[in-house]
Write a protein that binds this ligand. Structure first.
Ligand code: SAH
Length: 244
């Protein structure tokens, strides 16, 4: 009898522990949903993010799962954050702005250079048909691929390698997004862009500031629009060998 009471007591303790963990995780999720909604209103919609689909997706993707655990409470702040290997996950506004520049409708195949945390790729995955993303730092490529798979993304393909050369086997792309800074537009990327396709890249000094640049491929002479002054981590590899 005594044994049974003890056993029942243990079961009750374990059960209530389980329930409280479950409740507090639920509370955490609610908190992040609220913070995400506020981020969309205060940092995106109140600025110049007008693409409804971009706003909707920014309000859906759990950015807090893409940042390092020690920064989880800053995940929805108006700031870039450090990730592993001295790299950064861009500020939410910049992710939204670059995505909006691509004017995606839903059926596109998009190439990203600089997978990093995988967050930008996740945003794109909701807005187009397929995302191909290249990361030069193998450990980041592996980690992002694992996380994206765990979150159920089936239309994102991650590859380790130098994105300067694009992904010729999968070209041409409807849109290309480069999330590291270069002092020139890598020619293979322009080649792998469809006619009428859009490409966005931070161009300029890789040490200091760059200009977020939108290139629209129209026949022989692409149309170029300057969007905003930005600061990105440098594109390494082949891009650094070519001083232009
Ligand atoms: N889009 C990312 C942010 C990436 S930061 C996100 O959403 O988190 C820029 C990334 O570009 C870094 O991870 C860096 O390792 C990567 N990178 C730098 N040079 C590269 C190259 N030549 N090819 C592919 N990735 C590169």
């Amino acid at each position: 009898m005594k044994f049974l009471i003890k056993k029942a007591g243990q079961i009750i303790v374990l059960f209530s522990l389980g329930v409280s963990i479950w409740l507090s995780l639920g509370y955490q999720e609610d908190k992040f949903t609220r913070l995400r909604k506020r981020m969309v209103e205060e940092q995106l919609a109140s600025r110049d993010i007008t693409d409804k689909r971009v706003l909707e997706v920014m309000g859906m993707v759990p950015r807090h799962l893409f940042v390092l655990p020690q920064y989880i409470n800053l995940a929805y702040e108006d700031t870039p954050l450090p990730i592993e290997e001295g790299q950064t996950i861009s500020q939410p506004y910049i992710v939204a702005l670059m995505t909006q520049c691509l004017a995606l409708k839903g059926d596109e195949r998009v190439l990203e250079i600089g997978t990093g945390s995988g967050y930008q790729a996740a945003i794109l995955a909701h807005l187009c048909r397929e995302v191909y993303t290249i990361e030069i730092r193998e450990s980041l490529a592996r980690k992002a691929a694992d996380l994206l798979a765990r979150l159920g993304y089936q239309n994102v393909y991650v590859k380790g390698g130098d994105g300067y050369f694009g992904w010729p086997e999968k070209a041409p792309f409807d849109a290309i997004i480069v999330t590291c800074a270069a002092n020139h537009l890598p020619p293979p990327l322009l080649e792998q862009l469809k006619d009428g396709g859009r490409l966005v890249i931070p161009l300029g000094s890789t040490l200091y500031f760059q200009t977020l640049t939108l290139v629209i491929k129209e026949g022989k002479r692409p149309r170029v629009e300057y969007i905003l002054g930005v600061r990105f981590v440098p594109m390494i590899g082949e891009a650094e060998k070519k001083k232009r």
